[in-house]
Design a protein around this ligand. Structure first.
Ligand SMILES: [Ca+2]
Ligand SMILES: [Ca+2]
Length: 74
């Protein structure tokens, strides 16, 4: 069961421009900000590709939850 409030806080950190969508560039920037300095846009794009269910090129909050959930279970 996902803690949606906690996931929302993380999502807000990733959604740098606050438009409710996380792009690959935003995803990478957030990973860098969290100290993962080797994280590349290509890596962010790979995550995005597997979770972007509606194929709009960005992660919505609902799509992001899956990433969050996967990270939590790691
Ligand atoms: Ca955004
Ligand atoms: Ca999407």
């Amino acid at each position: 069961m996902v803690d949606k409030a906690a996931a929302r806080k993380v999502f807000d950190k990733f959604d740098l421009n606050g438009d409710g969508r996380v792009t690959a560039a935003e995803f990478q920037q957030a990973m860098l900000a969290m100290g993962d300095l080797d994280y590349t846009v290509a890596m962010a794009q790979a995550v995005l590709n597997t979770k972007d269910r509606d194929a709009d090129g960005t992660l919505s909050f609902e799509e992001f939850i899956e990433v969050y959930e996967a990270a939590e279970n790691n």
